[in-house]
Write a protein that binds this ligand. Structure first.
Ligand code: FAD
Length: 818
C-alpha cells in the first residue's frame, strides 16, 4: 500500500488528497497542515471582512473530521513540516500544540505549501496595527479590529487584487480608506489606460488613492499608525493592511535541494513532478508552462492550483495527466466594476521586445453587456492584443459592470484552443436581448481586429491627444452631447453632415475622429478614408474612455453609495420628486428625456432620473451646469445610477450678476427631402432644444415634403399643382436615403437598424421636436411654387416667409443649411 504525504491542506493539497482517494481506495494518504483549517476559501476572506460574506462557516469548505470520514485521509492540522530527508524519504514534523517533533515516512510526497504575504523590513512594520490577510485567523482579527470603537480609518498598502478587494471591503465596513500603491497603477495585469477606469471608480467610491508613492515608514502612537510615504505625504489610520505581494513558501524545497527557478518556484515537469521523481509540487510554489509565450512561468492563482493538485493525484495513481500551461486568466471585483484579464498585457509584450504595429496590433472598443434597449445594459471596455497575422491572441483585458466574466472566459478559451482573430469573429454565441447582442462584444472585438489587420481602420493611442498635438480632433457627436462634454479645440461636425463638410478638414494633417463610444467615429473614419484622407486614426472607445483615462482632469464629487434592499428599493427615503426612468436608453436619449420632463415642471421642482448607463452621471453634471439647473445628488443604487436635479439655479448670489447677452438660438434650413439629411436635421434640432436653446427649422423646396400629411387631403388644386403633388413624396414616411436607396431596400434596412438600435424614427423625432418647442416653419414662397397647400401639412407647423426666418437667424449663433 503506497503512502502519500501531502504538505499543505488548502487549494492544491486538499484537491490532490480528495482526487487521490477517488482514484485509489487502498492508498495511505496523510495531509499535514500547519494552520488550524484545511480547504478554506481564501479567495473569499476579504469579503468576510466587509460582511458581504456574512457566515464565517461558509468559508470553511471542508472540515478535517469530514475529510477524515469521507475520504479516509489522515488529516493533521497544526502539524508543521520542518524538513524533508529525500534520501530516507522521511519528514520531520512538529506538533504545534505540544512542540513535539516526530518523523513521518513517505513513498510519494506532494508539496502544496502555497505562498505568504511579503512583510519587508520597513521601519515600524511590526506594529500590531499593521496586518496582512492570508488565513482565517488573519481575517478574524482584521474583521474584529475594523469594528473596534475608535477605529474609523484604514490604510491599505498595495494595489494588487487583495489590496483592492480589502479597500472595497473596509469601505463596506464603514471605514475611511486610503489605498497606497508604489507604482502608477493598481492591478498590474491591466495596462495603465485600462487601470485608469478602475482608479476613477475607486476614487468615485470614496477611497483616497495614492499612486506612484511607496511607504517609507510606519509610526504607531498607540492609537493610530502614521504612514509616511516616499513623497513625504502622510496617511494616518487606526488599521493598516499590508498587501504588497507574495512569495512562494519554498524553504522546505530549497533545504531539500530541489531545483528552484529565479523567482523561487519549484521546477516541475508537465506531470507536476519535481527534480525528485518521488516529489510533486503544485499551486503557488510550482513553476509551470507559459501558455502564451512558451517557456516557464509562475501562476499563483486558485484555478491553476486546483487543477495541478488533481493532475498530481492522477499521476500518483498511475495515470498520465499533463498540465498544459497557465495563461493567468483572472477576474476582480472593484466596487460595482469588474476587471478581468487573460494572457499577456501590452506592457509584457513590450518588455519582451515586441513592437506595436510591427509584431502585434491592438484594439480597444466599448460595447454594451447586452442589447441597449433591454434594461440594465452597461458598457464594457475591451482591449485585445494579437499578432500581425491575426493567428495568435496574446491577451485581453476587460473592464465593465456586467457580463465581463463570460467575455474574458470566451477569449481565454479561444486562446487555449489556439484560436485567433478569425475565430473571435466566427464564434457563435447565445443571444437574446437580456444577455447579449446579436454581435456579441467578443465578436465585435474580432470584427474590429479584422478591420485593423485588413487596413480598414487604424487606432490612435489612448493618449494620442497629448502625443500628437498637431492632429485634428474631429468630434462627430451631436450638439446635445457636447453640452455634457466638450473637447477644446476639436472640429465639430456631426456624422450626418460629414460628407458635405469634408472641405473643412485639413487633409495634410492626422485626423482623429471620436464620438461617445467609438461607433459613429468608426463610420466617420471610413467616410474620411474613402474620400482620400490618408492619415486617419480612430480614437479608441470614444469620449467616455477619454474622460475616464484622463479622469483627474475632470474631477467630480464622489457618488454616494445608497444601500438597496433585496427587493431593489433604495433604503434611504428620497426627497419628494418626479421620477424618470431612462434605463436602457442610448445616448443622448436620457439627456433629451430630462430636458422634456424639466419643461413640464415648475421652477424649483425636483426630478429624480435613473439610468443604467454610468456615462449618464457625467453627462448630467455638465448638462445641469450649462443649462442653469442644479444637480442635487448623484448616487449609485444597486445597478442603477440616480441623479436628483432641481429645476433652476441654486440659491442666487447676493450681488447683482451681469448676464452676458449672446445669441443662443439655432436655425436650420431644411432644403433636402432625403431621409438621412432630414433625420440629421431633426437630431440636431432636438439636441439643441434639449439644451434649452431656441430652435427654428425652416422648410423650403424638397424639405417641404417632410411636413406633408401621409393621406391625400381634399384641397382644390390646379392641374399643374395636382401633377406636382402626385410626384412629390407624401410625408416623412415616404422619404428615401440620399445614397444606397437600392430601390427602397436601403431605406427599409436603415429603418430596421434604427429600430433595432432603439434610435427614434423620423416621425418620433418630428413629434419630439414639436413637443420641445422647436419652431417648424414652412416656407410659403416655396409652398406656392410647389403647389403645396396649408391643409396638407402636419399639425404644429407655422407658415412663414424669409423675413420670419431671417429674424430668427439673427438671434442664433448656429445656422445650418441641410
Ligand atoms: P494555499 O492554498 O495557500 O495552501 C498552502 C497551505 O500550506 C497553507 O494552508 C499553509 O499553512 C500550508 N503550509 C505551508 N507550509 C507548510 C509546512 N511547512 N507545513 C505544513 N503546512 C504548510 N486566487 C484566485 O485565483 N482568485 C482569487 O479571487 C483569489 N483571492 C485570494 C484572496 C486571498 C485573501 C488570498 C490569500 C489568496 C487569494 N487567491 C486567489 C490565491 C489563491 O488562494 C492561491 O493561489 C491558492 O490558494 C494557492 O493554492 P496552494 O495550494 O498553492 O496554497
Amino acid at each position: 500500500m503506497p503512502k502519500v504525504v501531502i504538505i499543505g491542506g488548502v487549494a492544491g493539497g486538499a484537491t490532490c488528497a480528495a482526487r487521490l482517494r477517488r482514484l485509489d481506495e487502498t492508498a495511505e494518504i496523510v495531509l499535514l497542515e500547519r494552520g488550524e483549517y484545511i480547504s478554506y476559501a481564501n479567495c473569499g476572506l476579504p469579503y468576510h471582512v466587509g460582511d458581504v460574506i456574512k457566515s464565517r462557516d461558509a468559508l470553511l469548505l471542508q472540515k478535517p473530521e469530514v475529510m477524515r470520514a469521507r475520504f479516509r485521509v489522515d488529516v493533521r492540522t497544526r502539524n508543521e513540516v520542518l524538513s524533508i530527508d529525500r534520501e530516507k524519504k522521511v519528514l520531520a514534523v512538529k506538533r504545534l500544540e505540544t512542540g513535539e517533533v516526530y518523523e513521518e515516512p513517505y513513498d510519494t510526497l506532494v508539496l502544496s505549501t502555497g505562498s505568504s504575504p511579503i512583510r519587508p523590513p520597513i521601519p515600524g512594520v511590526d506594529s500590531p496595527r499593521v496586518r496582512t490577510i492570508w488565513t482565517v485567523p488573519d481575517t478574524d482579527q482584521i474583521r474584529a479590529m475594523a469594528r473596534e470603537p475608535g477605529v474609523k480609518s484604514a490604510a491599505v498598502i498595495g494595489g494588487g487584487f487583495i489590496g483592492v478587494e480589502m479597500a472595497e471591503n473596509l469601505r463596506h465596513a464603514g471605514l475611511e480608506v486610503s489605498l497606497v500603491e508604489m507604482l502608477d497603477q493598481v492591478m498590474m495585469p491591466l495596462d495603465f489606460e485600462m487601470a485608469q477606469l478602475l482608479h476613477e471608480n475607486i476614487e468615485a467610491n470614496g477611497v483616497h488613492l495614492h499612486l506612484g508613492d511607496g511607504v517609507a515608514s510606519f509610526a504607531d502612537d498607540g492609537r493610530a499608525v502614521t504612514v509616511t510615504l516616499n513623497s513625504g505625504k502622510t496617511v494616518t489610520a487606526e488599521l493598516v493592511i499590508l498587501s504588497i505581494g507574495v512569495r512562494p513558501n519554498n524553504q522546505l524545497a530549497k533545504d531539500a535541494g530541489l531545483p528552484l527557478n529565479q523567482r523561487g518556484g519549484v521546477v516541475t515537469d508537465a506531470h507536476m513532478r519535481t527534480g525528485d521523481p518521488a516529489i510533486y509540487a503544485v499551486g503557488d510554489i510550482a513553476e509551470v508552462e507559459d501558455l502564451v509565450f512558451g517557456g516557464r512561468t509562475m501562476a499563483p492563482l486558485a484555478g491553476p492550483a486546483n487543477k495541478q493538485g488533481r493532475i498530481a493525484a492522477d499521476n500518483i495513481a498511475g495515470g498520465d495527466s499533463v498540465y498544459r500551461g497557465a495563461q493567468s486568466t483572472s477576474i476582480f471585483k472593484v466596487f460595482d466594476m469588474t476587471a478581468a484579464t487573460t494572457g499577456a498585457n501590452e506592457k509584457t509584450l513590450q518588455k519582451r521586445g515586441l513592437a506595436h504595429g510591427r509584431d502585434y496590433e491592438r484594439v480597444i472598443i466599448t460595447q454594451n453587456s447586452h442589447a441597449g434597449y433591454y434594461p440594465g445594459a452597461a458598457p464594457m471596455v475591451l482591449k485585445l492584443l494579437f499578432s500581425m497575422d491575426g493567428k495568435k491572441i496574446y491577451g485581453a483585458q476587460i473592464v465593465g459592470r456586467e457580463g465581463v466574466d463570460k467575455r474574458i472566459d470566451t477569449i481565454a478559451v479561444t486562446m487555449r484552443l489556439g484560436g485567433g482573430v478569425r475565430e473571435l469573429e466566427e464564434l457563435e454565441m447565445a443571444y437574446a436581448p437580456p444577455y447579449s447582442s446579436a454581435k456579441d462584444p467578443v465578436n465585435m472585438a474580432g470584427f474590429t481586429a479584422g478591420n485593423v489587420l485588413s487596413g480598414k481602420l487604424r487606432f490612435a493611442d489612448w493618449d494620442a491627444l497629448e502625443k500628437t498635438p498637431d492632429a485634428v480632433l474631429l468630434d462627430v457627436r451631436e450638439d446635445a452631447e457636447r453640452m455634457a462634454f466638450q473637447l477644446p479645440g476639436a472640429v465639430e461636425i456631426p456624422l450626418g453632415q460629414l460628407r458635405e463638410r469634408l472641405g473643412e478638414l485639413d487633409r495634410s494633417k492626422t485626423i482623429i475622429p471620436f464620438c461617445a463610444i467609438g461607433v459613429r467615429s468608426y463610420n466617420a473614419a471610413r467616410v474620411l478614408m474613402q474620400h482620400g484622407f490618408r492619415h486617419v486614426l480612430l480614437y479608441p472607445a470614444g469620449t467616455r474612455f477619454y474622460q475616464s483615462t484622463h479622469y483627474q482632469n475632470f474631477q467630480e464629487e464622489p457618488m454616494t453609495e445608497v444601500p438597496v434592499s433585496d427587493s431593489g428599493v433604495p433604503q434611504s427615503a428620497p426627497v419628494q420628486a418626479v421620477r424618470l426612468d431612462c434605463s436602457g436608453m442610448q445616448c443622448p436619449g436620457p439627456i433629451m428625456k430630462v430636458f422634456e420632463t424639466m419643461q413640464t415642471l415648475p421652477q424649483g421642482a425636483s426630478l429624480e432620473v435613473s439610468a443604467s448607463d454610468p456615462g449618464f452621471m457625467k453627462d448630467i453634471d455638465a448638462w445641469c451646469r450649462r443649462t442653469g439647473n442644479t444637480l442635487l445628488s448623484r448616487e449609485h443604487r444597486g445597478t442603477d445610477y440616480v441623479a436628483m436635479v432641481r429645476k433652476g439655479a441654486a440659491a442666487a448670489p447676493a450681488q447683482e450678476t451681469v448676464v452676458r447677452d449672446t445669441p443662443q438660438g439655432k436655425t436650420i434650413i431644411v432644403f433636402s427631402g432625403d431621409l438621412d439629411k432630414v433625420l440629421a436635421s431633426f437630431i440636431i434640432a432636438n439636441g439643441a432644444a434639449a439644451m434649452g436653446r431656441p430652435v427654428t427649422m425652416f422648410f423650403t423646396f424638397w424639405g417641404l415634403t417632410v411636413l406633408r400629411k401621409g393621406q391625400k387631403q381634399p384641397v382644390k388644386k390646379t392641374f399643374m399643382e395636382s401633377m406636382f403633388g402626385a410626384m412629390l413624396p407624401r410625408g416623412s414616411g415616404k422619404l428615401k436615403l440620399s445614397r444606397m436607396n437600392m430601390g427602397g431596400m436601403g431605406t427599409a434596412m436603415m429603418k430596421k437598424i434604427m429600430n433595432d438600435k432603439n434610435v427614434d424614427s423620423l416621425e418620433t423625432l418630428i413629434q419630439k421636436a414639436i413637443r420641445q418647442g422647436v419652431k417648424i416653419v414652412a416656407c410659403t414662397m416655396s409652398m406656392d411654387v410647389m403647389g403645396i397647400k396649408a391643409e396638407e401639412l402636419i399639425d404644429g407647423v407655422e407658415l412663414g416667409g424669409v423675413g420670419a426666418y431671417l429674424g430668427d437667424a439673427e438671434e442664433s449663433n448656429v445656422n445650418l443649411f441641410i
